[in-house]
Design a protein around this ligand. Structure first.
Ligand code: PLP
Length: 403
């Protein structure tokens, strides 16, 4: 069947594909440990599930306004005010079908063909594709580990052209876990403050930060910066609600209106029941986050220490999110690596390593090449302590065979 050129260029999300492969193997009885999934492994808190049940029982099962119910918008506004010190009015907030949908809609609304969006690499796998689906051009700026995987002001300055429409800041980042502190955001702000460029702040991992890291949004730097910033967030990661599909967005009211118009002609409203559950998530007892954060903190240490004990692997401590992003290029210099390359074909080294690890270690990890850097792999530590220990042990064993 002939498909549109638009869709022929779209490949499935590597992380979702890998998770599906791991689940398929598990269903076939293979003892596979999955480090692929970008979702917390906890159940959605009971209070949130109860709010959804109540919504069903009280008939909140009909269309809502395309951009979401006013109760949820107000909960989002209160959240921004309380947790971020950012003031928004109702016309500056909209609700979408997940954070991914927020970004997708935003691209459709702000980009004309050929407009450029600066995407620092390593990047979340879906950013470049969603830019391209809106006929924009993703300008990838490579941010090495030596700068903490973060964009430097000089780099940004050199990357901006007359066609730059927006810059993506994802802090803490998927896949690296790196996060920008206020000083770093101020330096970036200086480069863009006199330019007509939109700052997209994807804060989906905002509440998962470690040690003394203090989350800051570039919109906090000044009122002028806030006017340029569109903040994207959602309940998926913070409240373990990935399946409920609720994201939200705040910023310029013309952009928000554009998103709501698009939504009214495409998805219509996000699920009414999930919206009521999200009201409870944002406005209810916030201690539900503490238990998850404590588990992530513990697992971060187990996985980083474990990975760093493997020859050819070095792993930074992520500032936030639940991903370890170890450099594995040392493995590509081990004596028996050429045999692995020969067996798994002409893919990038990180993809070859991932195939090897599935076969040899029965461990599923995501190749760094999918995030824009072939020297790394990504492991989600949103899985039990036991799985992490066992999985890292298996990776170590498989790598030792290459020495
Ligand atoms: N932004 C980043 C960086 C992500 O990693 C994800 C999910 O993996 C999202 C946004 C969107 O999450 P969701 O669509 O589940 O709300």
């Amino acid at each position: 069947m002939k498909l549109s050129k638009r869709i022929m260029n779209v490949k499935p999300s590597a992380t979702l594909e890998l998770t599906a492969l791991a689940n398929r193997l598990k269903a076939q009885g293979v003892d596979i440990i999955g480090f692929g999934a970008g979702e917390p492994d906890f159940d959605t808190p009971q209070s949130i599930k109860d709010a959804a049940k109540k919504a069903i029982d009280t008939g909140k099962t009909k269309y809502t306004p395309a951009g979401g119910i006013v109760e949820l918008k107000n909960a989002v506004i209160a959240k921004f005010q309380k947790e971020n010190g950012l003031e928004y009015r109702l016309p500056e907030v909209t609700i979408n079908c997940g954070g991914k949908h927020s970004f997708y809609n935003l691209m459709q609304v702000i980009l004309d063909p050929g407009d450029e969006v600066i995407v620092p690499a390593p990047y979340w796998v879906s950013y470049p594709t969603m830019v391209e689906l809106a006929e924009g051009k993703a300008v990838i700026l490579d941010c090495p580990e030596s700068t903490g995987f973060k964009l430097t002001p000089e780099q940004l300055k050199n990357g901006i052209t007359a066609k730059t429409r927006a810059i993506v800041i994802n802090s803490p980042s998927n896949p690296t876990g790196s996060a920008y502190n206020r000083k770093e955001l101020e330096a970036i702000a200086k480069i863009v403050e006199d330019k007509d460029i939109i700052l997209i702040s994807d804060d989906i991992y905002e509440s998962i930060v470690y040690d003394d890291f203090k989350f800051c949004n570039i919109a906090n730097i000044s009122d002028a910066l806030k006017k340029k910033t569109i903040v994207l967030n959602g309940v998926s990661k913070t409240y373990s609600m990935t399946g409920w599909r609720i994201g939200y967005m705040a910023g310029d009211s013309d952009i928000i209106k554009g998103v709501e118009n698009l939504q009214s002609q495409s998805t219509s409203n996000p699920t009414s029941i999930a919206q009521w559950a999200a009201v409870e998530a944002l406005a209810g007892d916030q201690s539900v986050k503490d238990e998850m954060l404590a588990a992530f903190r513990r697992r971060r240490k187990i996985i980083v220490d474990g990975l760093n004990s493997i020859t050819g692997v070095s792993c930074m401590h992520p500032d936030g999110a639940f991903y370890a992003f170890p450099r594995v290029s040392g493995i590509f210099t081990l004596p028996r690596w050429p045999e692995v390359k020969a067996k798994y074909g002409s893919k990038g080294n990180s993809s070859v390593l991932c195939s090897y690890l599935i076969d040899e270690a029965r461990v599923a990890v995501v190749p760094g090449i999918e995030f824009g850097n072939d020297d790394y792999i990504r492991l989600s530590f949103a899985t039990s302590d036991e799985n992490i220990k066992k999985g890292v042990e298996r990776i170590g064993e498989a790598v030792r065979k290459l020495a």
